[in-house]
Design a protein around this ligand. Sequence first.
Ligand code: GRF
Length: 205
Amino acid sequence: MSIGADRKTSQAIVVLISGTGSNLQAIVEAAAREQWSERLGAEVVAVISNRPHAPGLQFARAAGLNTQVLDHRSFASREAFDEALRQAIDLHRPTWVVLAGFMRILTPEFVRHYQGRLVNIHPSLLPAFPGLNTHRRALEAGCTVAGATVHWVTADLDHGPILAQAVVPILPDDTEHTLAQRVLSQEHRIYPQAIRSLLERRGSD
Ligand code: GRF
């Protein structure tokens, strides 16, 4: 980890959420704890949600972060929403765009625009179980392990190159909820770690 003198933000991170924002919180707390701003010139410069009442917005506001709502229901098409979202994101001149519980399928044009700086976390051991209801599907399939994956976002949903994974056991009495909690706690560990690795790599360029 390169330790620079006080540096203005040279790695702007924009985080997109739709819901709880627990991954956003884990990232923001890691950034403060590990001094990403001072050490890597990196900070979360904006949090954008497609849902006006996303609980994650409350955390972001309380943390003093710049927040914005872009309600996808206000747009006539996926393309129109993605274009407005791109404009909102680009105002912050992001080095990285981090999807953190962002529950929208993005258009290929949007993904292409952020290719190489757009990452996501998915609650399964990709390439197993892309899409939704991953824990229920793992339980129904009789899997003995589950986990989470941090990956580059490409036009092929949940199929981008993998950056990090965490494995958890599936226990005999697991429910979808107990498994989801076990996976989520690992998400909160590997997502900040994976992002910091990207920051360090860029910071040492
Ligand atoms: C997490 O399981 C994440 O993997 C998925 O959305 C869920 C909620 O994330 N993409 P968060 O609590 O809103 O960060």
